[in-house]
Design a protein around this ligand. Structure first.
Ligand code: UGA
Length: 431
């Protein structure tokens, strides 16, 4: 078992650190945010992720997992994982400030040979630069590994323990061996390559998944016009194993902390080597269009939205998380407020975060309260709670049951049995 440090306790760092301790390693998670560390030391998780908190507590009890803000506490680690954020600059490129702050602190701290593993999503070439940066400041040998992560929020532990692959990129065989040993108990296929290719695998994977989503969203818009049903189309396409059925769910556009940021960063990266990534630029453009579409549809249906009472169901960028970063809900709330509508919103977990951003929105404490007296309603996040809501409530609670379902939560057959007007994505409207 290895002595491991994880720098950065965001989604990636925390989930990875907890998971590695769970398989028996001795893990110290470090973050410069004292409040976060205080919380974690008490066994509380700063993020909402299914099963994470009990797993933190269990491994703390076993003395395999600890949290600190001090770099001297990770001095004896043989492996240091860097999992700090790489937010975007206004031009879309990745901001590497936190990476270099961590690199600087590592260089000042270590007193033995160490394998540095970059898990953060960083532009191709960064790992080599970080290695040179640290090595120039310390006499102790550094081995550098790029080990991108493929966790999904809301599914992170499952993805960690049952992922499709672990990508390990390095020009140093010994470092590859060390990281393979670290992950061995997970029993997941490992793929080894060089540093730059590993870095690119992460961007290319996210960009490809985003492309699938924008593609099916474009198909859905055509389906609406020609009377086809995008769900049937996606099913038929997905049965071809070359295409695959996942990430073909038409909806309100992709959000979150990864796809929007990584697609823009890859366009930037391509631009830096004088390559215009036309395809990916279109993917981003289509997504912006898709996030705005539901408001356009509401205006088309009602004319003016001034004074309309509109209920928004779901705020998180997807179910299973309270994360609002780049969520379609932000675009929708912002536009509806500018259109002069009165908005009531409800989300089972993301409301505390949304309240800070939207003081003009009323937040309801449950779905029924949110729908009461509404002129229009929209489903923005496909929480189970909404999928399971008996449809007659829309008619009973709203002024008039007019629902814009941005996530295709209901079957058209069940909607047809109700007294409601229903607009979904890529399927015939029910009026
Ligand atoms: C994504 C990738 O799926 C992970 O593999 C990757 O590790 C992660 O980014 C990252 O780079 O850190 P995540 O952003 O957590 O994970 O969420 P996804 O489940 O991929 O969903 C992203 C967005 O796409 C959501 O807004 C979701 O609603 C949307 N989506 C997804 C669709 O609209 N349709 C689909 O068929 C699938």
């Amino acid at each position: 078992m290895k002595k491991i440090a994880v720098v950065g306790t965001g989604y990636v760092g925390l989930v990875t650190g907890v998971g590695l301790s769970h398989i028996g390693h001795e893990v110290t998670c470090l973050d410069v945010d004292h409040e976060k560390i205080d919380l974690l030391q008490k066994g509380r998780s700063p993020i909402y992720e299914v099963s994470l908190e009990p797993m933190i507590q269990e491994n703390q009890k076993q003395k395999r997992l600890s949290f600190t803000s001090k770099y001297e506490d990770i001095q004896e680690s043989e492996i240091i994982l860097i999992a700090v954020g790489t937010p975007q600059h206004p031009d879309g490129s990745a901001n590497l400030t936190y990476i270099y702050e961590a690199a600087e602190a590592i260089a000042q701290t270590i007193n033995q040979e160490v394998t540095v593993v970059v898990k953060s999503t960083v532009p191709v070439g960064t790992c080599q630069n970080v290695k040179n940066y640290i090595q120039a400041k310390t006499p102790f040998p550094i081995q550098m590994v790029s080990n991108p992560e493929f966790l999904r929020e809301g599914n992170a532990l499952k993805d960690l323990f049952e992922g499709d692959r672990i990508v390990i990129g390095s020009d140093d065989q010994k470092a590859i061996q060390t990281v393979m040993e670290m992950y061995a108990p997970f029993d997941i296929p490992m793929m080894t390559t060089d540093l730059a290719s590993a870095e690119m695998i992460k961007y290319a994977s996210n960009a490809f998944l985003a492309t699938k989503i924008s593609f099916i969203n474009e198909i859905s818009s055509i389906c609406e016009k020609v009377g086809a049903n995008v769900e049937a189309v996606a099913k038929g396409m997905g049965m071809d194993r070359r295409i695959g059925s996942s990430f073909l769910q038409a909806g309100i556009g992709y959000g979150g902390s990864c796809f929007p940021k990584d697609t823009k960063a890859l366009v930037q990266m391509a631009g830096n080597v004088e390559h215009q990534f036309d395809l990916l630029e279109s993917v981003i453009h289509v997504n912006n269009k898709q996030q705005n579409k539901i408001v356009d549809q509401m205006k088309e249906r009602c004319g003016s939205l001034v004074g309309k009472r509109i209920t928004i169901l779901g705020l998180a960028f997807k179910p299973g998380t309270d994360d609002l970063r780049e969520a379609a809900s932000l675009v929708i709330l912002d536009r509806l407020l500018r259109e002069g509508a009165f908005i009531t919103a409800y989300d089972p977990v993301a409301m505390p975060r949304a309240k800070e951003k939207f003081p003009a929105v009323t937040f309801a404490s449950n779905v029924k309260e949110a729908l009461a007296g509404a002129d229009l309603a929209a489903i923005v996040t496909e929480w189970e709670e909404f999928k399971e809501l008996p449809l007659h409530f829309y008619d009973e609670l709203m002024n008039e049951a007019i629902l814009f379902d941005g996530r295709n939560c209901y079957s058209l057959d069940e909607v047809r049995e109700q007294n409601m007007e229903y607009y979904s994505v890529g399927r015939p409207a029910i009026e």
